[in-house]
Write a new protein. Structure first.
Length: 354
């Protein structure tokens, strides 16, 4: 077995033994650093005609020390898995900053920084190996919904363009040494399908297969994704990828996310993940839910047998992750249900033909 195959085997073994812990928010921790435009530009992008402040992914190239520090902080808080700082590192998303040419380098650097920190923690605590998830986030364009209210068929991108952007990212993350892919904060299932195809095609091209983790987003109390799917319909849409894990993140706090996680735990025959925001944002766009509150909510999920992987999204910090890790320590991971064989299809709603 290769070194990476050994890590993947260790990841799967750990998931059977305990509830795994993902890291928390990157945005809130980077904001706390009070970085200036010069931090984002560095030497490489000093001559950019476009302001780069706010493009957190480019910090993998211009301030790798900060990114390494954040991986360190989350692993120290108890995380088993830390994401690469590549949430918007696609050519489509980086076009806002005219940094399409830097996409491959951002993803390679993000993966390598995380890999180095994870390996150092594994060497220090071999009984608790650390893993790296290659973060593949949503786009600022959607394949499922029109970009023009007066033209239902209007789209700003094609499936092939989205596929190409995700393929470039996935390939660089793979070469950088991630242990698994995390396609996350999915608002548009068709965009997600393009990312899944890009990942699966790498295997067809001879690259070492890596586990796929898929995490959707329920955007409001309706219980649907932005493109209109219910939780079960979303699962039916992506289960063909045979993901290592499927889950929900972002948009909602733990209290409001619970019924949707419970529904996913009922239908998914794989690991279920959940990493909610620290409650809902206040009038200033900030998150007030304390680490103790978040940990309490997620402890109840674990006691109810709903989850296999937990962590935090917007507003969560290493302190939140430390409390979550403490609350679920020793609790048994969810056991996936055995569902009878049936034809299961999806539109906005699920359809089952037994």
């Amino acid at each position: 077995m290769t070194t990476r195959q050994n890590r993947i085997a260790a990841l799967k073994a750990a998931a059977k033994a305990r509830i795994l812990i993902l890291d928390g928010s990157w945005g809130v921790m980077i904001q706390r650093r009070g970085l200036a435009e010069a931090d984002y530009r560095g030497e490489r992008f000093a001559a950019s005609n476009i302001p780069l402040k706010g493009d957190n992914d480019v910090l993998c190239l211009t301030r790798p020390d900060i990114i390494a520090d954040l991986h360190e902080a989350y692993f120290a808080a108890g995380a088993d898995i830390s994401e690469t700082n590549t949430f918007t590192a696609t050519s489509i998303a980086q076009a806002d900053y005219a940094l399409q040419s830097a996409v491959r380098d951002i993803n390679l650097a993000g993966a390598r920084i995380a890999r180095e920190v994870a390996d150092r923690w594994t060497a220090k605590e071999p009984g608790k190996p650390r893993f790296v998830a290659g973060s593949i986030g949503p786009l600022n364009v959607m394949l499922s919904m029109s970009s023009d209210v007066n033209d239902p068929g209007a789209r700003k991108v094609t499936f092939d363009e989205v596929y190409g952007a995700y393929r470039e990212q996935a390939l660089a993350l793979h070469e950088g040494g991630v242990d698994l892919f995390l396609v996350e904060t999915i608002t548009d299932t068709l965009n997600c399908k393009a990312a899944i195809k890009a990942i699966l095609d790498l295997e067809d091209e001879g690259y070492e297969p890596l586990p796929i983790w898929i995490s959707g987003t329920i955007t409001d109390r309706s219980g649907r994704t932005l493109s209109g799917q219910t939780v079960e319909a979303f699962w039916n849409s992506v289960k063909h990828a045979k993901p290592f894990a499927v889950g929900l993140n972002c948009a909602l706090g733990a209290e409001l996310m619970r019924p949707h996680i419970a529904e996913l735990a009922r239908v998914a025959d794989t690991l279920v993940s959940a990493y909610p925001n620290a409650g809902l944002p206040n009038a200033f766009g900030e998150y007030d839910e304390t680490p103790e509150q978040t940990g309490h909510f997620i402890e109840e999920w674990a006691q109810s047998g709903l989850v296999n992987i937990v962590g935090g999204c917007c507003g969560t910090t290493p302190d939140h992750i430390a409390h979550i890790a403490a609350e679920v320590s020793g609790l048994k991971p969810r056991v996936a249900p055995e569902r009878p064989t049936a034809l299961r299809l999806s539109g906005l709603e699920p359809f089952e033909l037994a």
